[in-house]
Design a protein around this ligand. Structure first.
Ligand SMILES: [Zn+2]
Ligand SMILES: [Zn+2]
Length: 211
């Protein structure tokens, strides 16, 4: 059991402090697990692939835990750099299954919707979905096939936008078990929760059926 149950947010390279603040507020509200912005770290050159011009996300996970003295329950790295793992051209993020570290990239989140740049609230909503998805892995969730569930795999922005900002009931039950096992019973809400001061909520686009 952790001595200090909080979520640590670590900027990897330059990240807009306002985005970190809003993400921290929204995650605290939704997870009911206090989130804190920790000391930023520079992007490590050893994780950079010069030909791909991307950072290897698995190495960033290791890097996040190097010299980590934060006592955080989980650490979420946030970067504007583009991420990859060798079998994919890019990834939105990566996490250690039932481990401590997760990382997400903002690089691909500003993609256009039908020719228009996304509003700030849509951008933040995408960021929040990615954060919760990757953190879900650290809490033991695998990829879920329930329609709209946050724990489903997103290969692109369209799929990410179609997801709800919530885990399905099955994943919620698994999360509840995880937190109960960890003695973190105060962590009880994973669904959609308006976060005061954070312009997160906007309506999801109408849900489409899977083919
Ligand atoms: Zn995943
Ligand atoms: Zn699910």
């Amino acid at each position: 059991m952790p001595s200090f149950p909080f979520l640590g947010l670590v900027a990897l390279g330059p990240v807009d402090p306002e985005i970190l603040r809003q993400l921290r507020a929204a995650l605290t509200k939704i997870l009911a697990l206090p989130a804190r912005v920790l000391r930023p770290k520079p992007l490590p050159q050893q994780a950079y692939h010069a030909v791909r011009q991307q950072y290897h996300s698995t190495r960033l996970l290791e890097y996040l835990l190097t010299d980590d003295d934060s006592r955080a329950y989980r650490i979420l790295g946030i970067t504007t750099a583009d991420l990859f793992i060798p079998i994919f051209t890019f990834v939105f993020g990566e996490a250690q299954l039932e481990g401590k570290a997760a990382v997400i990239s903002m690089c691909r989140l500003r993609g256009e919707i039908e020719g228009f740049a996304p509003s700030k609230s849509i951008f933040l909503r995408r960021l929040l979905k990615l954060s919760l998805h990757e953190l879900g892995h650290t809490f033991g969730l695998g990829h879920c096939r329930q329609d709209g569930c946050l724990s489903g795999f997103s290969a692109n922005l369209e799929i990410l936008d179609r997801k709800n900002l919530a885990f399905c009931q099955y994943c919620q039950a698994l999360l509840a078990d995880h937190f109960r096992d960890q003695g973190l019973d105060q962590v009880k809400r994973y669904g959609e929760t308006p976060a005061p001061g954070a312009p997160i909520p906007t309506a999801d686009r109408p849900r489409r059926h899977r083919r």
